[in-house]
Design a binder for this molecule. Structure first.
Ligand code: IPE
Ligand code: IPE
Ligand code: MG
Length: 260
């Protein structure tokens, strides 16, 4: 038994982070269906989605989350009709211009993950401005996943690491999980404890696939524009009742007689 305990302590122990998750990721889905079911154009759903995002960021601050990652535009969303893509770009620009002041006042630190190459220069400048202005803030970190895709992120990390190895500054044996994670867009950010997806869909759609290895998932049947403070509170309550094991055995599942 003693040997087993010693062997176990050699394994990297991940500790239970407490009842409030430090990092919540949200796949904000269902804007289009929300609008369609009301006979409105899809853009109206996206507009109301921005409103829901504002409410959610305020609630995240109130509930004491440290990190909130929101999936705002996937690398695959470029395949939508050009008008919808341009509406979404317009909303992102307006969101940053309109809300950056409030975010700054609330001490929110903005970080953007996703591919920046080939982005519209105006959007790129706004994203960089949001990051630069809020860089020293110590409140909630709001991570905006924009032009983001996990597979692209992982492939980019592999390219960076391969280049280092090829140039001789890195020995392949030095590449471990932590080293790899430092080359992802999310370097320095803890993995999400909880991932919420609205609209009833139950898939990741290329969101934080590496980082979600041990995330809890909450799928809510409402569309994103209807998400609010109460919906976030409910998801946090569900999270707090989950038992995370990280591959180990928790107290409630251990046999009563240990050792002997
Ligand atoms: C989420 O809502 C917003 C983005 C993906 C940008 P959708 O636009 O995907 O809405 P549905 O899924 O079509 O209802
Ligand atoms: C995922 O939603 C991307 C965002 C919420 C930004 P999608 O609506 O693009 O995902 P799929 O196509 O239904 O998987
Ligand atoms: Mg969708």
């Amino acid at each position: 038994m003693r040997n087993m305990i010693e062997a176990n302590t050699a394994v990297k122990v991940r500790t239970w982070p407490g009842r409030v998750p430090a990092h919540v990721g949200i796949i904000m889905d269902g804007n289009g269906r929300w609008a369609l079911s009301r006979g409105l154009p899809r853009i109206e759903g996206h507009r109301r989605g921005v409103e829901a995002l504002r409410v959610t960021v305020r609630a995240a601050i109130e509930f004491g989350l440290r990190y909130l990652t929101v999936y705002s535009f996937s690398a695959e969303n470029w395949s939508r009709p050009i008008e919808e893509v341009s509406d979404l770009m317009g909303l992102l620009k307006r969101f940053i211009r309109h809300d950056l002041g409030e975010l700054q006042k609330a001490g929110v630190k903005v970080r953007v993950i996703g591919t920046r190459e080939n982005l519209n220069p105006e959007i790129l400048a706004l994203l960089e401005e949001a990051e630069a202005l809020t860089a020293a803030n110590t409140g909630l970190t709001l991570i905006v996943a924009f032009n983001y895709g996990s597979r692209q992120e992982i492939a980019a990390a592999a390219r960076m690491i391969a280049a280092k190895a090829a140039s001789g500054v890195l020995a392949p044996a030095e590449i471990d999980e932590d080293f790899f994670a430092e080359h992802l867009d999310t370097a320095g950010i803890p993995d999400p404890d909880l991932i919420i997806r609205t609209s009833g869909e139950q898939r990741l759609s290329n969101f934080l696939m590496w980082q979600a290895a041990y995330s809890e998932f909450v799928f809510v049947p409402i569309h994103w524009p209807d998400f609010d403070r109460q919906a976030l509170a409910d998801a946090l309550t569900e999270f707090s009742a989950r038992e995370r094991r990280f591959g180990g055995v928790t107290l409630s599942h251990q046999s009563a007689k240990v050792g002997g």
